[in-house]
Write a protein that binds this ligand. Structure first.
Ligand code: 5GP
Ligand code: ZN
Length: 134
């Protein structure tokens, strides 16, 4: 646990919160400022600032849990769709620097915006990026 980390305290029960799931490795809590009804956060009990710092097996378990929670939450809340979002770094929208996965149930009329403005790249530009990354 990191002393000055709010998510360490929430994940480990030091500060009470609305918890919908817990095991040895994770707590899943309701987001205090939800995008939609049921918006929840998967928090590892162990502190890691982001996905790069989290051990590989914990990353794997976190996404397995995301799949399980998405199915359960969609069923119970009668959601029409589901976003799984995970931000790393301030530029990417991360505001709390303890790894977390957003679980966001979606409803036909929720009018939420979760996405990006698509760029138009030429085939040459796409090839340049492909060559940088492969
Ligand atoms: P990020 O922008 O870092 O990906 O997401 C941080 C999320 O944590 C936000 O959706 C925000 O509403 C939520 N959050 C921040 N502080 C608290 C808190 O004290 N309790 C709960 N339950 N959620 C929080
Ligand atoms: Zn922490």
């Amino acid at each position: 646990m990191k002393d000055d980390c709010i998510f360490c305290k929430l994940a480990n029960g030091v500060i009470p919160t609305h918890k919908i799931y817990e095991d040895d490795e994770f707590s899943v809590i309701l987001d205090a400022n939800p995008a939609t009804k049921g918006h929840a956060l998967i928090l590892p009990k162990e502190h890691a600032a982001n996905i790069y710092e989290l051990p590989d097996d914990t990353v794997a378990h976190a996404f397995q849990l995301a799949k399980k929670m998405a199915a359960k939450m969609s069923d119970k809340l009668k959601a029409d769709g589901f976003n799984i979002v995970q931000n790393n770094g301030e530029t990417a929208g991360q505001t709390v620097f303890h790894f977390h996965i957003h679980l966001i149930p979606r409803y036909k009329e929720d009018k939420q915006l979760i996405g990006w403005k698509p760029l138009k790249l030429s085939d040459e530009e796409l090839s340049e990026v492909e060559n940088m990354l492969k």
